[in-house]
Each structure stands twice: as C-alpha cells, then as structure tokens.
Write a new protein. Structure first.
Length: 190
C-alpha cells in the first residue's frame, strides 16, 4: 500500500519559518564567556551581541545572556528586533551625509561614499552596515576596540542621520532647495 505524502497546512512547518528568517539578516558580532566560581568548580555562561537588519535601512542591536550559546544568541536576536531604528539612505546604497557619534570612550566617524567604494570599516561596524543594506560607506573607530561601545557609538551616529526631507521640514524649506545647495557646494569644490 503506497502512502502519499500529505502537505502541512498553510502557516505550519518550514515555509513560515523560512519566510520569517528571510525577512531579517542577523550577524553575530561578539560572544563573551563568563565563569562564575562556585563550590565544586566553575559555572560558565555566555553573553552574545547580535546585529539585525532588513537590508533596506532598518537595523537594531541586542544582547542576550544564557547558560548555552544558542539560547544567548536567540535572546540577543529578539532584543535586537525590538529595538530597531530606521536610517534614511541615499539611492538605497549610502548615507545622505557624514556624521560622528560617540559612546563612552568610543568615537566613530561615518562618511558617505561614491558608488563602487564598498564597505570600508572594522568588524562590528561592518556588521551594522551589511545588515542595514548600505553598499558604500567609509567609517573609522577612534578610541576603543570594545565591540559594545563601537556599536553603541555607531548607532548614536546613525540616529543623527537626516534625509533632505527631514532637514527641509525642520528649516521650513523645500527639498529642492536643500538638494540644490548640496550639488552647488560639490560643483564649487571642483
């Protein structure tokens, strides 16, 4: 007697899980192993730092702690999804303007770049820009190599990014006036 495979009802099984996973890109930035000394030996726990983005300008970071690595990563990913921010992108590939950010001893300089430049920056910042969907950017971290402080400083910088529409709304001008000023300034440099 041959059995025919039955399909899982819609919304169940791998289809839904695969669809959820494809919605967000996540990168593990750092794992810290911590030992607590107790009677009878050491107890290890893990702290994970994860960056999550949608590849279209939304990005977030989160931390999670647990006794097992996968559980710490899962907690960090959930935390990152809850705290996502939207960053306006120019032409969907770079930032609108140069920006600085700092957190604690960490300072970062993030600069917009022409097409074809790529992502030129160090470890934790690279994870942010790759998950956010930026293709051309130049960034430099000054003052610390601590991944937590570098990520928080980069998010401070990204929170200060404005689109021409946002600047125009603040100044009471039209978007065309602001963009034309930028192109006039670039023409004046040549």
């Amino acid at each position: 007697m041959a059995r025919t495979p039955t399909a899982a009802p819609e919304g169940f099984g791998r289809e839904r899980g695969g669809q959820e996973e494809s919605e967000f890109l996540d990168k593990l930035v750092h794992i810290n192993r911590v030992a607590k000394v107790v009677k009878g030996g050491r107890r290890f726990s893990f702290a994970a730092l994860v960056v999550v983005g949608d590849g279209r300008g939304r990005v977030g970071y989160g931390t999670g702690k647990a006794r097992e690595v996968p559980e710490a990563i899962r907690k960090a990913t959930e935390s990152a999804k809850r705290g996502m921010i939207r960053v306006p992108l120019r032409e969907g590939r770079t930032l609108h303007h140069d920006v600085n950010g700092h957190f604690g001893a960490g300072k970062v300089v993030v600069r917009a770049a022409p097409p074809g430049t790529g992502i030129i920056c160090g470890g934790p910042m690279r994870a942010i820009f790759e998950t956010m969907g930026v293709q051309d950017v130049v960034a430099k971290s000054v003052g610390t190599a601590n991944p937590h402080n570098m990520i928080k400083a980069t998010f401070d910088a990204l929170n200060n990014c404005l689109s021409p529409r946002g600047v125009a709304a603040k100044r009471g001008l039209k978007v065309g006036e602001i963009v034309s000023r930028r192109s006039d300034a670039a023409a004046g440099k040549e």
